[in-house]
Design a protein around this ligand. Structure first.
Ligand code: PBG
Length: 303
């Protein structure tokens, strides 16, 4: 709802009136542990269905939740400027990971988070937790866990600034592809919606998430594999040109094996199409190197 309201208010700045269509996704209601047999897109399918049924013209997703599988019915009309990409350790008193008692119980349903937690502290007990941010926090308060891991982006958007937590560094906990970014989809035959939403696109964010999501797609990772990726656009200090840097990690779920790859490309000034191709190539190159180093085996063992 926050995300949809954000898009509505950005559209209002450009003079467009909108109507919110509140929806409840399977991801909000299905709290059973993730077991890999259920379908992908639990948070996004219901919203896409609203586009198909003409219930809504604009679909607002967390890009992290949007499957990489191409669907010709929809087009990603905009990727707005990204919120913070970090993950945070959330607990009753905001304790650091290092200060947790031996064998502490940490709630996360993400193999990416599980693997990185295990590599930092092998003694931790990782327990499944599902649901939206509010559901997870009520489980933490219920005493089931010593701590849980949440994306800082969700915490910030819900304005829970006082929530006791410690932010992980990128070295400790590399985020999921697309984390902190929104993906705004429209029907592919709706040129008016595509053009209108185009105002909200942020090219640096879009290129970063294209690179990250290409790694995931190339490794056939889906949302269950222990794959992390983070890309960022920066200015080169040599010639001032924009550069896109991508780092990706594939792990074994027990945290004992870690493959890491980093690569960079130079972006062309104001050449959207060329830069999209460059971002995709960067993601493919990194995925290829990870595959050559044995990534597929680690991903398969996580299923
Ligand atoms: N899978 C749920 C989900 N999808 C997006 C976010 C956070 C917001 C974001 O990363 O954009 C979350 C919650 C979480 O991971 O803590």
């Amino acid at each position: 709802m926050w995300q949809a309201r954000y898009v509505a208010s950005r559209l209002a700045e450009h003079g467009f009136e909108t109507k919110l269509v509140p929806l409840v996704s399977v991801g909000d209601t299905d709290l059973r542990p993730i077991d890999g047999t259920r379908q992908v897109g639990l948070f996004t399918k219901r919203i896409q269905q609203a586009l198909v049924d003409d219930e809504a013209d604009v679909a607002v997703h967390s890009l992290k939740d949007l499957p990489t599988q191409f669907d010709e019915r929809f087009e990603l009309a905009a990727v707005p400027p990204r919120e913070t990409v970090f993950d945070s350790l959330v607990s009753e008193n905001g304790i650091t990971l290092a200060s947790l008692p031996p064998g502490a119980k940490i709630g996360t349903g993400s193999t990416r988070r599980m693997a990185q937690l295990k590599s930092l502290r092998a003694d931790l007990e990782i327990l499944p937790i599902r649901g939206n941010v509010q559901t997870r926090l009520s489980k933490l308060r219920g005493g089931e866990f010593d701590a849980i891991v949440l994306a800082e982006a969700g915490v910030v958007r819900l304005e829970m600034h006082d929530l006791p937590r410690v932010q992980f560094s990128l070295e400790e906990m590399l985020p999921a592809p697309g984390q902190g970014a929104l993906g705004i989809e429209v029907r592919s035959d709706d040129a008016f919606a595509r053009q209108t939403l185009g105002y909200l696109d942020d090219s640096a964010t879009r290129l970063a998430v294209i690179a990250e999501r290409t790694v995931l797609a190339e490794l056939h990772g889906g949302c269950l594999a222990p794959i992390a990726a983070h890309a960022i656009v920066t200015k080169s200090n040599r010639d001032g040109a924009d550069e896109l840097t991508l780092i990706a990690v594939v792990m074994s779920t027990d945290g004992t094996r870690r493959l890491e790859e980093r690569a960079q490309c130079t972006l062309a000034p104001a050449s959207a199409a060329t830069n999209v191709t460059a971002a995709q190539l960067l993601g493919k190159t990194v995925a290829e190197t990870l595959r050559a180093a044995g990534a597929s085996e680690l991903i398969a063992s996580a299923r």
